[in-house]
Design a protein around this ligand. Structure first.
Ligand SMILES: [Fe+2]
Ligand SMILES: [Fe+2]
Length: 202
């Protein structure tokens, strides 16, 4: 299925002098609205952004300013996917470099699929976007087939679906295991965190 070579062939992103430069919330949402038409994809990006921010605040105990960077990376990680599937990641990275955005945010976006983009997650922010990307989509797919959506959803049922290859077959289980293994967290705690934090994202 994935014949396209998305390898970025680079491992450094942005420029250190742009540290702490971010897009305003308005600018970020404007980018999302103008680059992405697919509602489902927009929602996925907002969900990953929300979960990233919540994790930064609650689990990493970071400042609001730092957590904002986690949100921004999550929100924009798939910004170019719809219009530039063959250059996914490269286009949004170049755009954010042009806009002089904090290199940590750009590197985080580049880390969301090491197998595709050839960039190894380094920082905690890098590692968590990799974890959240596939799992967030998977859990949302599970919510969509439940009459009560996220209400009453439990970790066990998600674990069971992960072990059912035919459910959301496009989600690569090996990537999920790989992503989790790069953190000190376990799958159950991450699943529970996602269920709790993305249920109200619209
Ligand atoms: Fe992606
Ligand atoms: Fe994604």
């Amino acid at each position: 299925m994935n014949e396209i070579n998305l390898n970025l062939n680079r491992t450094t992103f942005g420029s250190a002098e742009n540290k702490d430069n971010v897009l305003s919330e308005e600018e970020a949402l404007e980018l999302l609205q103008s680059w992405v038409e697919n509602e489902r994809l927009r929602l996925h990006m907002k969900q990953v952004g929300a979960v990233m921010k919540a994790w930064a605040l609650e689990r990493e105990r970071l400042s609001k300013a730092e957590a904002y960077k986690w949100w921004l990376a999550g929100l924009l990680h798939d910004a170019d996917w719809e219009k530039h599937p063959n250059d996914h990641c490269r286009i949004i990275i170049e755009e954010l470099e042009k806009r002089k955005i904090d290199p940590a945010v750009i590197r985080c976006i580049a880390s969301h699929g090491p197998r595709y983009f050839g960039v190894e997650p380094e920082s905690k922010m890098d590692k968590m976007i990799y974890v959240f990307d596939e799992l967030s989509g998977f859990i949302h797919a599970a919510a969509l087939i439940r009459p009560t959506r996220y209400e009453g959803m439990d970790v066990k049922s998600i674990q069971k679906k992960l072990k059912t290859p035919s459910f959301a077959a496009q989600v690569n289980r090996e990537d999920i295991d790989d992503a989790i293994s790069r953190t000190e967290h376990n799958l159950d705690e991450v699943i529970s965190f996602i269920i709790h934090h993305q249920k109200d994202v619209q």
